[in-house]
Write a protein that binds this ligand. Sequence first.
Ligand SMILES: CC(=O)N[C@H]1[C@@H](OP(=O)(O)OP(=O)(O)OC[C@H]2O[C@@H](n3ccc(=O)[nH]c3=O)[C@H](O)[C@@H]2O)O[C@H](CO)[C@@H](O)[C@@H]1O[C@H](C)C(=O)N[C@@H](C)C(=O)N[C@H](CCC(=O)O)C(=O)O
Length: 480
Amino acid sequence: MRLSKLFKNAPTVNVSGLCFDSRKVKPDNVYFCLPGLTFDGHDFIDDAIKNGAICIVHSREIEKKQNGVIYIKVSDVNAAMNQCARLFYGRPSDKMTMFGITGTNGKSTIANIIRSIMNEVEPCGYIGTIAIEYGDVKLMPDLTTPDALFLQSKLADMVNAGMKACALEVSSHGLSQGRVDGINFNVAVFTNFTYDHLDFHGTLENYFDAKCILFKDRVRSDGVSILNIDDKKFEALKSISKAPVISYGIDHEADYRAINIQMDSNSTHFDLVYQGKAYSVMTNLVATYNIYNLLAAIAALHESGVSMDTILSACSHLPQVEGRLEQIKEGQSFNVIVDFAHTPDGMEKMMQFGRMITPDNSDLIAVFGSAGKRDVAKRKVFGELADIYCDYVILTEDDPRDEDPKEIADMIKEGIKNTANIYIEDRYEAIRQAIENAKENDTILLLGKGDEAFIYREEGRAPWIGDDKAARECIQKYRK
Ligand SMILES: CC(=O)N[C@H]1[C@@H](OP(=O)(O)OP(=O)(O)OC[C@H]2O[C@@H](n3ccc(=O)[nH]c3=O)[C@H](O)[C@@H]2O)O[C@H](CO)[C@@H](O)[C@@H]1O[C@H](C)C(=O)N[C@@H](C)C(=O)N[C@H](CCC(=O)O)C(=O)O
């Protein structure tokens, strides 16, 4: 592509690609000097040029010492890069129906339900914490919402592969770093807002402001914002939404409301009230928070033109979302549930569900830790929640990074006053002991890592079998 297509008044030289990491620059790339949390991209201009950068996009005053290199000064390099990404990859998001899903919990489940039902109508891709998926392609991502360059390139791949829609998880990090700035969403979905990511945003206000960007700026004004009416942030989001608002919920009158909910450990039945008419819904999803997720997906799909018949017939056989309330069933006499819950809200919802399916004379056992170098304050809260709901707790490692996992466990323990607990650092061993000792009808919750196939330790990202696979293996080895 010509550089002049990306920047007005730039020379008409051809550029081969865009890059923000000097170490990955290829000949004839444009290098963007991003200001980072640890480094400043301006300090790596020489390296970028050595690797072949033909153009440097910068915001600081710099010495322009290399002949043959084009220097472009902008006020905001990140914003410039995000817009260039959109142009370079041919505005791919304008060629698909774009669903953007944000909120503290539920993003992956909603995005996967949307993709699964949408696929019955037209091909739909998915980008989020669990994977990047379209057609037969499945990639493991590093981030929930990828950086703008990678994101736009994957959206372009989706368009080329024939996708007509894409369900994209939009994280608060992604919104505040402008990773989705080149996308105009047809549908913006809000799940809920609870405590999370204070290590990055500093305050809950900043965290919420980041979430607002999707509804204030990134949804199309002729699109739709799908909001949870039972969440305390509903009114605030409604008041700033650029697009018309459609609500969903259980407790309050909503455009899409679930009433008469009946649930057991395997299925849920409820009546969906929409425009004064009640539709009977039978779904294999369980737990109240999943009914919210399902309502959000139903509203998003229906408002995009998918028929109620198509949506409701798909609800009874929704695919299991990996690591999200995943019930491990290997013929054992007790329940084992794997979930990604890693916020106080997510933990509490899982423990409430665990309590609901566990008979009074059986035990609810939770196996979890808390991530290193992330919100420290939530650790004691996790302990307090376990104290309320659980009969036994096994504390273990969960991405300790360069913190001592035992010290993290001790901080969780500060919240546990009455419930019996032990610390087993090795996560596999912790899962093994929980499974080996479980009694009939007990419930074991494996929380925090979902389907993740890695653990971040001091030495970096180490492979991890995954809680689901560890559980299956332990049931086979120790309970058969
Ligand atoms: C906290 C955070 O979001 N960090 C992001 C940030 O990194 P940073 O500010 O530390 O970057 P830096 O290391 O200081 O480097 C600054 C610039 O210099 C460049 N550089 C650096 C060194 C060098 O030799 N050459 C060079 O060019 C870097 O490529 C970068 O452009 O900018 C980088 C480039 O865009 C991101 O990759 C990085 O995401 C890191 C990997 C990350 O882990 N982010 C997580 C926290 C995240 O975004 N999570 C969300 C939420 C998930 C959830 O909901 O749980 C997500 O969407 O995944």
